[in-house]
Design a protein around this ligand. Structure first.
Ligand code: DGT
Ligand code: CA
Ligand code: CA
Ligand code: ZN
Length: 575
């Protein structure tokens, strides 16, 4: 089930009901429920399975049935009805800060305005300011609010963007007129969320390629189409841009449209200092019309006196200087992996048995797999009692015996809840049964920054903690991180020899890559954790890997590159 979509739907319900004039009690229940879902995201699924949604504080019977309806059918009938009845533009208006349903209804009733564009115009020509109860100041705020809105909406998670983009890229490459095709933009840089999909194509027949692009399956509207540029809207409100150029221009155009804008600006400055002019068509010596020849991006960087910079690094975080001084990081690759920690089994809320993970490891050439189910306090996720932990250990021993000849070992870990006071789940004596522990926050998201930071640092200082799991608790485009001082937490982890997870689940990608960079500087170890609940969840490590690369991670910075013995020693060193 798509939880973030459900949360958005419930929020939309509240607005539509209010616009429809429903009673405030009914209206108020929806935002409350959506907050409750965000606060208990990890547990929603288990509650659905058990039919216990109303046990979540803030979810009443009426809304529980809507959630169940969504779970079963993928939609909420009442919402569909409301959408038909109320102009969608009114909902957009209520997203403008300080502009609630009451104001939206007023402009609709008095001025007949039912969309943001017309509202913007009414601000500029003074119509809105003249309306009773609005005024100049409101009009100014609305103009600003509309601008802000445009920057939030329409972003997409990396995984869903890639799933849309890869088939398009392959289709482009399959066209006989296409000589080369690449992803560009934030997607090629593997940002955790992207605004739109960018494609660059080398061709002698741009018109044919453009026709193909705007005519593809999945295109819902054509936003623009020129001789070499096109923009389309795809299903799921995703925009895609295409740029067609000649093969000579291609490396330059690809470099330009990969960005980031800030990276490009640095390169242009550097070119200027060398008496060159860099743009999307080429690199031109002063006064010359012919560009320096380049067969690839590497050639362009070489002309500028730089080592080739991986797309993930192009964020103006010091990569241009590092490339000039030949000290770019040797980025981690999938081939460097020897093990990974944090996967769930049938014992808590995962689908695979421990044995399946061992089988997968054999196929992938991985030496160790760190099993980490939920701990006993997280009852909604079927957390393990002490008895069941011991039963699982017996099963793991049996699997290990079977796979010993194949040089694969399952490690006995747990994803221990960090309790409200910062202690770990289970009595201290029992914790000694685990070979490693991922400590994670799943509850009490609303503590103050000071309390939350102290709570997490206390867990880090616990000698049984090996890895701090998903440190910020964010769910991309769905739930903000809880407030805590992540820099202080990183420093504490570095001092205590605790690794910090880069959770590879595409909803999380947590630790944020911007802070991964900081963690390395502080000497903190990192762990790319699949947090798998099913076998295909293991494939998410590609997203974790991308974030690690964006954070300048080299093989030695990770626990994933350790041998089984090294990782066990790393975990034991703290006890
Ligand atoms: P997004 O789509 O918001 O996630 O981010 P990007 O980076 O994909 O941005 P987008 O799609 O607007 O443009 C793609 C790239 O094109 C961008 O990363 C750098 C380049 N670019 C776009 N506009 C400018 C500009 O005004 N100046 C420079 N130097 N580069 C630009
Ligand atoms: Ca883009
Ligand atoms: Ca774009
Ligand atoms: Zn977790």
């Amino acid at each position: 089930m798509n939880l973030s979509q459900l949360i958005r739907d419930l929020e939309e319900m509240a607005v539509l009901l209010e616009l429809d004039g429903a009673n405030p009690f009914k209206v108020g229940a929806y935002p409350k429920a959506s907050r409750a879902l965000k606060g208990n995201a990890d547990e929603v699924h288990a509650h659905l399975e058990n039919g216990t949604l109303t046990e979540i504080e803030g979810i009443g019977k009426g809304i529980a049935s809507k959630i169940e309806e969504y779970h079963a059918t993928g939609k909420i009938e009442e919402l569909e009805e409301l959408r038909k009845k109320i102009p969608g533009g009114l909902v957009d208006m209520t997203r403008i800060p300080g502009f609630g349903a009451k104001k939206a209804k007023a402009v609709y009733k008095e001025l007949g305005i039912d969309n943001l564009e017309d509202l913007g115009k009414a601000c500029e020509d003074g119509t809105l300011a003249a309306l009773k109860g609005f005024g100049e100041k409101t009009a100014e705020n609305v103009v600003q609010g509309i601008r802000q809105l445009a920057s939030y909406t329409g972003r997409h998670r990396l995984d869903s963007a890639l799933m849309t983009a890869i088939p398009i890229l392959e289709a482009l490459r399959g066209q006989s007129d296409v000589l080369q095709a690449e992803l560009a933009g934030s997607l090629r840089r593997r940002k955790e969320t992207v605004g739109d999909l960018d494609f660059v194509v080398a061709t002698k027949k741009p018109a044919a390629v453009m026709d193909f692009f705007v005519g593809m399956k999945g295109v819902t509207s054509i936003l623009g189409k020129g001789e070499t540029k096109a923009s389309v809207m795809l299903h799921g409100a995703t925009q895609a841009d295409l740029r067609c150029v000649t093969e000579t221009e291609f490396p330059y155009t690809l470099l330009h449209f990969t960005g980031s804008k800030e990276h490009n600006t640095r390169l242009r400055q550097l070119a200027k200092e060398q008496g060159l002019k860099l743009n999307e068509y080429g690199l031109f010596p002063e006064g010359k019309e012919k560009a320096l020849p380049a067969r690839s991006e590497a050639d362009v960087y070489k002309h500028l006196g730089l080592a080739e910079i991986a797309p993930e690094l192009r964020e103006d975080m010091g990569e241009v200087e590092a490339a000039a001084e030949k000290r770019l990081p040797t980025l981690i690759t999938r081939n460097d992996f020897r093990g990974m920690a944090h996967m769930h089994t049938t014992y808590s809320d995962g689908k695979p048995t421990p044995r399946l993970y061992a089988e997968w490891a054999v196929k992938q050439g991985i030496s160790w797999m760190g099993i980490a189910d939920h701990s006993r306090s997280l009852t909604v996720a079927n957390g393990l009692s002490e008895e069941r932990v011991l039963a699982q250990h017996k099963e793991i021993d049996a699997v290990n015996e079977e796979f010993a000849g194949k040089k694969v070992r399952l490690l006995k870990g747990i994803e221990s809840d960090i309790l409200q006071d910062g202690s770990l789940d289970y009595p201290t004596k029992f914790l000694a049964n685990f070979e490693f522990i991922v400590a994670s926050v799943h509850t009490h998201f609303n503590l103050t920054e000071k309390e939350q930071t102290a709570r997490i640092i206390k867990a880090i200082e616990n000698p049984h903690t090996t890895i701090l799991g998903h440190p910020s608790g964010r769910l991309l485009l769905a739930r903000e991180a809880y407030s805590c001082d992540l820099r202080a937490i990183i420093r504490a982890a570095a001092e205590n020899g605790v690794a910090i997870e880069i959770n590879a689940n595409p909803w999380r990608l947590d630790l944020d890559w911007r802070l991964v960079h900081y963690a390395i500087e502080k000497g903190c170890r990192l762990s790319i954790g699949p947090d798998a609940h099913a076998m295909d969840g293991l494939e998410d490590i590609k997203y974790g890997l991308a974030m690690a690369r964006k954070g300048w991670v080299e093989p030695d910075h990770l626990v994933n590159t350790m041998s089984t013995g090294e990782f066990l020693k790393f975990a034991a060193a703290r006890k």
